[in-house]
Design a protein around this ligand. Structure first.
Ligand code: 4AD
Ligand code: MG
Length: 519
């Protein structure tokens, strides 16, 4: 026991994490990490060290260290691993509010010709280098936010009295439709990688009251959209004695806990990835809830939201984007002309050049809007009542709100077999989708479950699912059936929205997608 205690004490005093440096001002510490950036001047080297817990600037000079150490520091390369001892000084201008005055530096592992340079790389190259790309600042920040989201989800459910239980990954039958299953071999018999743990979740809820699963799920569509992963993590709570409205309360409570925790704990990371947090902050008020019928009227521009109609909004956005593009073009032309006129100093030229790059990026984003808006307008004008929502419909609808919205009571034909019908209007199934703003679309799908055995049997036949595989599921209705509800939250979809990423592939350490199985 004493030995264990001493070891722990020793470990803690021999190695400090960057995230703890603010507590170590005035002390000499040992840091262990990787060189994420390096600059050098005459007689001085600045190393930005990263250790996973954070970043800090380490300054090496001959007078505070030695000629040899300065030489080592000056010759280190990107991603070399090092052990540094030095004095921690307060410096509010530096990342993390500290700077380390280096006494000694030792190389732990060399890094020669690190493939990811500071310059821009194409996305396919970065995806091939994902094992290294994860070390970059932006990816680090996204993974930190992902971690906060995961912890926050557990915190929410645990504090609400849910029991975490796991559903199997090998399954004998489909849950969300047969066309999107990955088939595998289970001792000579076909088995499928689970699309959803829900059916097992329902069984577990009848045993434990309120449960949630947290595990990988698989979808085999050959989809190349920016929202689709073949393997993603889903959180699936299931609650006995909850109706669809209590289900929506639970979804809102969980998502708002997550958003609040990210805002409270990840300000630095959000800043690193350039996430404007206004939409996250406005998502802390109740999410609008509407039926499918109302959502369709809003999409089609027949019903307004606070006096605003979808079609007019889109037409206005198109005009504004056109005007802004013209404005940017004029500004770029003006800056280029000034640079070419020859009368500028070097500093001014650099300044204008940087500005032109920024303007061109802004223009590229506007061009994307200008390409998309006509598609959105067309799908809004031509939406056929009774259809499921596509990505464009979700974008049009959410544009009218400044938080996620919940759409419930869907035409039963477009939803899964297990959803309960609205007792007052059997045309509708009690499903609920949560759609994120800013064009991110569905992040949660769920609903109240059918409890009537006859209705379920009818639906299972209608969906041409093998009845014998569902006998156990029907047992849940034969023995002490109760009203119950649940939902599935796609972790990566939420990370993608909260971080405002362009593509879901950056929201998971090693994405699995159509056409991508490595690294
Ligand atoms: O809407 P889905 O298909 O619903 C279910 O699987 C239900 N059984 C959940 C339940 O009620 N327990 O999937 C739920 C969520 C979606 O809203 C989306 O966030 C995410 O899972 N999702 C995906 N995320 C990434 N890539 C994919 N291919 C996804 N498919 C669904
Ligand atoms: Mg869905």
């Amino acid at each position: 026991m004493l030995k264990y205690y001493l070891c722990r004490k020793l470990n803690m005093s021999t190695h400090t994490y960057i995230s703890d440096l603010k507590k170590a001002i005035g002390l000499t510490v040992t840091l262990k990490g990787w060189v994420s950036n390096k600059r050098e001047g005459k007689g001085i080297a600045f190393i930005v060290l990263r250790d996973g817990s954070g970043y800090c600037q380490c300054v090496v000079t001959e007078e505070n260290s030695s000629a040899l150490n300065l030489e080592i520091a000056q010759s280190t390369t990107l991603e070399t691993s090092v052990e540094i001892t030095g004095l921690v000084l307060a410096d509010e201008k530096q990342i993390g509010g500290v700077e380390v005055q280096v006494n000694t530096i030792n190389i732990v592992g060399e890094s020669i010709d690190y493939p990811i340079a500071k310059k821009e790389h194409g996305i396919e190259f970065l995806m091939d280098q994902r094992h290294l790309w994860l070390r970059s600042t932006r990816q680090w920040a996204i993974m930190k936010i992902r971690n906060t989201i995961i912890f926050s989800i557990h915190k929410y459910f645990q504090s609400e009295g849910f029991v975490q239980m796991d559903a199997p990954i090998f399954t004998g039958n489909a849950c969300e439709g047969t066309s999107t299953l990955f088939e595998t071999d289970f001792y000579g018999a076909p088995a499928y990688l689970s699309q959803s743990g829900q059916l097992y979740g329902e069984a577990m809820a009848m045993a434990m009251g309120k449960i949630y699963t947290f595990g990988p799920t698989f979808r085999a569509e050959k989809s190349k959209t920016r929202r689709h992963l073949s393997e993603f993590w889903m959180i699936e709570p299931e609650m006995a004695f909850y109706d669809i409205f209590q289900n929506m309360d639970c979804i809102e409570g969980m998502l708002q806990t997550v958003i609040k925790d990210v805002l409270d704990q990840c300000q630095e990371e959000l800043k690193t990835i350039g996430r404007d947090t206004a939409m996250l902050e406005s998502s802390l008020k109740p999410f609008p809830r509407m039926t499918y019928d109302d959502a369709v009227s809003i999409i089609k521009g027949e019903k307004s939201v606070n006096g605003i109609y979808s079609i007019q909004l889109l037409e206005g956005e198109q005009k504004a984007a056109e005007a802004k593009t013209a404005e940017i073009d004029a500004e770029i032309a003006d800056k280029e002309q000034q640079i070419n006129s020859g009368g500028l100093k070097k500093g001014q030229i650099n300044f204008f050049t940087t500005k032109i790059i920024q303007l061109k990026q802004e223009r590229a984003d506007l061009e994307e809007d200008l390409r998309n808006i006509p598609t959105w307008l067309e799908s809004a004008r031509n939406f056929t009542y009774g259809d499921d929502f596509g990505g464009s419909d979700e974008t049009v609808l959410t544009k009218l709100f400044d938080s996620p919205v919940m759409v419930y009571d869907w035409p039963h034909e477009v939803k899964a077999f297990y959803l309960k019908r609205n007792p007052n209007d059997a045309r509708f199934a009690r499903g609920v989708d949560v759609l994120a703003p800013e064009g991110y679309g569905e992040i949660v799908g769920g609903g109240e479950r059918e409890t009537n055995v006859e209705s379920l049997v009818e639906k299972i036949n209608e969906h041409e699912l093998p009845m014998e595989a569902f006998e156990w599921y029907l047992d849940l209705r034969r023995y002490g059936s109760v009203p119950h509800s649940g939902f599935g939250l796609g972790l990566e979809r939420v990370v993608t929205w909260i971080c405002k990423l362009k593509h879901v592939r950056e929201s998971i350490p090693f994405p699995r997608m159509y056409g991508r199985l490595t690294p």
